[in-house]
Design a protein around this ligand. Structure first.
Ligand SMILES: Nc1ncnc2c1ncn2[C@@H]1O[C@H](COP(=O)(O)OP(=O)(O)OP(=O)(O)O)[C@@H](O)[C@H]1O
Length: 245
């Protein structure tokens, strides 16, 4: 396995407060990784730094062991193959589910094809595969606005996958989902890992357990513990600052 992402000694302060404090972590290509930690631990800031939204004051962020992400902006990181799913779903509500995916396909011509209802067989097959992957096959011709909150989240994940990202950063996907949707989301993310590297920030421990992956616990801007959920859950400091007794 090769390293996809490596943060080394990254620090970022806001008004003298170190939101990220000498943070080092690596993620392997194709890995599924959960990032947990209390409010204010620096999880969002870490994602902002990886995507070039926020620049660190010091430290290095290496992409595929070569590209320095601290010199790249959000558009640049998207071009490199870094996709980000924010917490709130943003889909085209008045378009069908399949058109949402079609509009997101990497191929620029797909926009015209969607507008003029001329879609290539290749695009149609890709849309079918993506809908299968995000569990929306039965909703293909539904309006996106009619989907449940959870289904909209899956659709947006499908739209990001249509861009074929190498790395997908996902921010609290389970928030607001039913228990059944939460479990299906874990299954979905497990299904796309391998082909894509997936980093998920989440608070829902049942969801993190269902991801069945390596877990990084952030606290005060650095890694407090890392390993299986059972391993980090047994760590006294993690229990103290996050999980509670
Ligand atoms: N642009 C900013 N300006 C000032 N302070 C900021 C800024 N962005 C983040 N912070 C501060 O940095 C700290 C880390 O915030 P961050 O949002 O990264 O934490 P988090 O782990 O994502 O928390 P949560 O679980 O609540 O989303 C917080 O104390 C926050 O107030």
């Amino acid at each position: 396995m090769s390293i996809q992402l490596a943060l080394d000694g990254v620090t970022r302060s806001f008004d003298g407060f170190k939101a990220i404090n000498n943070l080092s972590l690596t993620v392997e290509k194709g890995e599924l990784r959960a990032v947990i930690g209390p409010n204010g631990a620096g999880k969002t800031t870490m994602m902002d730094i990886i995507t070039g939204k926020t620049r660190p004051d010091s430290g290095e962020v290496l992409w595929n062991q070569t590209v320095d992400l601290t010199r790249i902006d959000e558009a640049g990181s998207a071009r490199l193959g870094i996709g980000r799913k924010f917490q709130k779903p943003t889909v085209f509500e008045t378009q069908t589910v399949e058109d949402n995916i079609a509009l997101a396909l990497k191929d620029d011509r797909s926009v015209w094809a969607t507008l003029f209802h001329r879609r290539s067989t290749e695009d149609t097959a890709r849309i079918t595969d993506l809908l299968e992957l995000v569990k929306l096959t039965d909703h293909r011709t539904d309006m996106a606005g009619d989907l449940s909150h959870g289904q909209k989240q899956w659709l947006e994940i499908g739209m990001l996958l249509a861009q074929d990202p190498e790395l997908l950063l996902v921010d609290e996907p389970a928030a607001g989902m039913t228990d059944a949707e939460t479990m299906r989301t874990a299954e979905l993310l497990r299904g796309i890992a391998g082909k894509h590297t997936v980093v998920v920030v989440e608070h829902d421990m049942d969801f993190v357990r269902a991801l069945n992956c390596r877990v990084t616990v952030l606290h005060q801007g650095h890694v407090l513990a890392e390993g299986s959920l059972d391993h980090v859950s047994a760590n006294d400091e993690v229990i103290e600052v996050y999980l509670g007794r």
